[in-house]
Design a protein around this ligand. Structure first.
Ligand code: AHR
Length: 663
């Protein structure tokens, strides 16, 4: 009799709930939309930008000429001279030498080219692992030139494909003379080539001086000169980020203090921005990138402008007088900290100051008289120990005294636990710090285990900026790490915990943001690109599902009155959106079995149908790629409500956002 009863039970359940049989249990969750847990800050899901992996030069910054002003440590790096005298004195047709400008300036070198015959002396720039050109697209070339002797009628510029064939070009007449003049030309590409090069051929003989050779696609983001790569900004725009943190990362700190990021050197005319070696250039012996420098073509003005374009709060982070503690850990003595503090105060003036202030004026001269409305500033990146706390206090006092309305971001070091973290967080709590940046680069299992990390955080303590995180499939910063589905799914599970705790967690961002297919140093990364294409990883779509369903208020979602933090491998959070009266329920099944669930909505009336946006893959190793950019991406469908209950089967390894209209 007992056995017979069991036989009927699944059928009974099917009639009751509409499920096929075979589920060992049905998990019932309750969402109470009448109970507000907390607000969700508009800044909740943002982006972290750092010039690592060719993210700026060679990536987002659309400049195609590498080493355009001959300022790299090897001043001719990226350039070749196929028929130079250097290769053969008798058969060569000329030679280029690096010449220093007299006196002090931020632009140190130019190229002096002696052309001795009409045999077609030329220079070739290789671009950033090639130059991506698209058939029929237009490219804007410009350069500074003067001639000191002989006569030149002009230059011929050509795109070359991999075999050396010409795939587009232009002739540029030259006004000879000793004064430097800017010349421009437009080139139409005759083919799509992923790795083209630009050849400049000199017509005439004598000495030709060349500097600031620059080439941009005409079609940049918003058509701006000195602009950004459109496809990459579009990917950021689609995330609808709440903030843009810049310029990093460790790049802020520098390996030594002299090599730190100094924002004042990144504003004003582009040609005057002094180039600096990129700290990721030789950071990892397994991924050396000796041709990685910062041109600062994207500088602080451009970062503010990008924030504005994205509708994101700008969040600059500045050096606090400590070089990277993983490198030299060089410290500025306390009595010499003033210039660093002044940089922070001046930055706030640059962003927000009126036009009669010195830095407000610079902003106006750069074309943005309106303030950028800066609300946050970060002091130091990933510093730790008493040396940091001591310096942070000085910054905090100075900023608080002069700009009390600005929220100051402090840091708790590079790790999510351990001595450095415990010490930092405790001290920052004692100081009533406003917003503390936490970083976690850990294995995917860490993310699944830590979904309840913030459940017990003090609601009256500092607010949290989960400023850098990414699940590492092999080990932190291992070159073998992949942006696989297990990592993305585990991040989704963890993010339900961030969202449930939006009362404490005010900002979050995945890191790093971007990587060039060939020019990267660190993996995993949210977005991958080459010179022609780009794609969002599975992790990108997880971020997007959260950020585009941010909601305005957290509401409780419970199972047996408890939050869902991974019991039976199920994670959940719920928010409602004040403006649209919608409920967004996020459900993550990290298990390898389908899961039968009922989502019961209390506290109001709901629409008869719900929309489901789901990411799912049976293979935890699955990844997106240039060939299959949406192998793992959100799929949309609909489901019927039964009264106020949504019966829902959660597939194995799935992340689902349920959108339910409410009254
Ligand atoms: O995101 C890569 C690096 O990781 C960042 O520069 C640094 O802050 C962290 O250690």
């Amino acid at each position: 009799m007992k056995n017979k009863m069991y036989c009927y039970l699944p059928i009974f359940a099917f009639f009751l709930l509409g499920y096929p049989n075979g589920y060992s249990q049905t998990i019932t969750m309750e969402v109470d939309m009448s109970e507000i847990v907390s607000e969700v800050q508009p800044t909740m899901y943002g982006v972290f930008f750092e010039d690592i992996n060719f993210a700026a030069d060679g990536g987002l910054y659309a400049e195609m000429i590498k080493n355009r002003s001959f300022e790299f440590a090897e001043p001719k790096m990226g350039w070749s001279e196929p028929n130079s005298d250097r290769h053969s004195l008798n058969n060569g047709s000329g030679m280029a030498s690096v010449i220093k400008y007299p006196g002090e300036s931020s632009n140190h070198n130019y190229l002096g080219i002696t052309v001795k015959n009409d045999q077609g002396y030329s220079l070739i720039n290789e671009g950033f692992r090639g130059m991506g050109i698209k058939k029929d697209a237009l490219y804007d070339l410009s350069f500074m030139a003067s001639t000191s002797q002989g006569s030149f009628s002009g230059l011929a510029v050509h795109f070359l494909d991999g075999e050396g064939n010409i795939v587009g070009g232009a002739d540029i007449p030259i006004q000879a003379g000793k004064d430097w003049k800017k010349h421009t030309a437009q080139i139409k590409a005759e083919a799509t080539v992923a790795k083209s090069r630009l050849r400049i051929t000199f017509k005439g003989t004598g000495t030709f001086n060349l500097d600031m050779v620059s080439l941009f696609p005409k079609d940049t983001w918003r058509g701006r000169k000195n602009g950004l790569r459109k496809d990459l900004v579009q990917l950021l725009y689609d995330l609808d980020p709440g903030f843009l943190r810049f310029p990093g990362g460790c790049i802020v700190e520098g390996r030594t203090l002299a090599k730190r990021y100094q924002w004042k050197k990144t504003v004003g005319p582009v040609a005057d921005r002094e180039i600096l070696v990129n700290r990721w250039n030789t950071e990892f012996s397994h991924r050396p990138t000796p041709d990685y420098f910062q041109s600062f073509g994207i500088g602080f003005f451009e970062y503010f402008q990008l924030s504005e374009d994205l509708g994101a709060e700008p969040l600059p982070i500045l050096s606090c007088g400590m070089a990277c503690q993983f490198n030299t850990g060089e410290l500025v003595p306390m009595e010499e900290l003033d210039p660093y503090v002044q940089d922070a105060l001046d930055l706030i003036e640059f962003a927000n100051g009126s036009l009669d202030t010195p830095w407000g004026k610079v902003r106006e001269e750069m074309g943005h008289p309106a303030p950028f409305n800066l609300k946050f500033i970060g002091v130091g990146n990933e510093q730790w120990g008493p040396e940091y706390i001591e310096r942070f206090k000085v910054f905090e006092k100075a900023i608080r005294d002069k700009f009390p309305q600005i929220t100051i971001v402090s840091g708790s070091g590079p790790f999510p636990d351990g001595d450095y973290f415990e010490y930092g967080l405790q001290e920052l709590k004692r100081l009533n710090a406003q917003l503390v940046d936490e970083h976690y680069y850990r294995g995917p299992e860490w993310f699944r285990k830590n979904a309840a990390r913030y459940d017990d955080y003090d609601r009256n303590g500092p607010k949290i900026f989960a400023g850098e995180y990414a699940a590492q499939s092999v080990a932190t910063a291992s070159p073998l790490n992949r942006n696989n589905w297990e990592c993305a799914l585990s991040e989704a599970a963890f993010m339900t915990g961030l969202e449930r705790n939006a009362e404490v967690v005010h900002l979050t961002s995945y890191a790093p943001l971007m990587a060039h297919e060939e020019g990267w140093q660190w993996t995993p990364d949210l977005i991958w690109f080459n010179n022609l294409e780009s794609y969002g990883t599975a992790n990108y779509y997880v971020q997007k599902m959260f950020s585009t369903h941010r909601g305005s208020h957290v509401v409780p979602i419970t199972r047996n009155k408890l939050p869902l933090t991974g019991q039976d491998q199920l994670f959940a959070s719920a928010v409602k959106e004040r403006d649209s009266n919608e409920l967004f329920v996020k459900l993550v099944n990290t298990g390898d079995m389908e899961m039968a669930t009922n989502v019961k909505i209390k506290g109001g009336k709901v629409a008869p149908r719900a929309r489901l946006i789901r990411m799912q893959n049976d293979q935890l190793e699955a990844v997106n790629s240039f060939g299959e950019p949406k192998n793992i991406g959100p799929q949309e469908s609909e489901a019927a409500m039964k009264g106020n209950t949504l019966p829902l089967i959660l597939p194995p390894y799935s992340f689902t956002v349920v959108r339910i209209g409410t009254k």
